[in-house]
Write a protein that binds this ligand. Structure first.
Ligand code: MG
Ligand code: ZN
Length: 215
């Protein structure tokens, strides 16, 4: 019984996610679902990336968190529109939450929507939220075993951002082990090494964004 209820919930979510994707497509908006552990640097990456984007890219941001509006406030300082979803305890975003948040965005004024998911390497991967591409942020301080420990998360993403590479020398992070694990799970994923602190690797990230915006 429980299994059936869950599959009905997921079916309803998928229908809504497809509606969101169609609405965004009709407005010429590409969307990226950004996932990763708490503290991996999802918000810090957006704070550094957004001011570097070329003028023709007009982003807005949906921030998902269990509580607080801290992250949306940080993003708003970059000058782009940001709206916060508080999930009230839920550890992932679902399509209904994103659909409600999208009502607040002037879709004719943007062409890119970043959706920062709740910090969690498990269940966000089970919910389609109408995105075009999935991104996972993993950081040096989390260790090099994350792809093999959280295969479902790493399997579905187009881009893996390896953040905090400024800490590489100070840690025992084994980059070869990380890459080997990821290759097993998702050989097609692009990997970009960045530091949101120093800005290293962000030109490549800007290039990836430009190449992955649907024309
Ligand atoms: Mg955040
Ligand atoms: Zn969850």
């Amino acid at each position: 019984m429980k299994v059936e209820v869950m599959s009905d919930i997921l079916k309803a979510n998928d229908l809504l996610a497809n509606e969101i994707r169609e609405l965004l497509r009709a407005n010429g908006v590409t969307s990226f679902n950004i996932m990763g552990s708490p503290g991996s640097g999802k918000t810090s990456i957006l704070e550094r990336l957004i001011p570097m984007l070329p003028k023709e890219i007009k982003p807005a941001v949906i921030e998902g968190d269990i509580a607080t509006t801290n992250d949306a406030e940080r993003i708003a300082k970059t000058g782009v529109f940001a709206t916060q979803i508080n999930t009230r305890g839920a550890c992932h975003l679902d399509a209904a939450m994103v659909k409600a948040a999208i009502q607040k965005i002037e879709l004719d004024k943007i062409n890119l929507l970043f959706i920062e998911n709740v910090g969690n390497l498990v269940c966000p991967s089970g919910f389609d939220i109408g995105e075009n591409k999935r991104i996972v942020v993993s950081s040096i301080s989390e260790g090099d075993d994350k792809p093999i420990k959280y295969p479902v998360m790493f399997k579905g993403v187009s881009l893996v951002i390896l953040n905090k590479i400024d800490l590489m020398e100070l840690s025992d992070f084994d980059e070869e082990n990380f890459t080997k694990g990821l290759k097993k799970i998702n050989p097609g994923a692009t990997v970009l090494k960045v530091s949101a602190k120093t800005g290293e690797g962000f030109e490549e990230l800007v290039r990836w964004v430009k190449e992955n915006i649907a024309s």
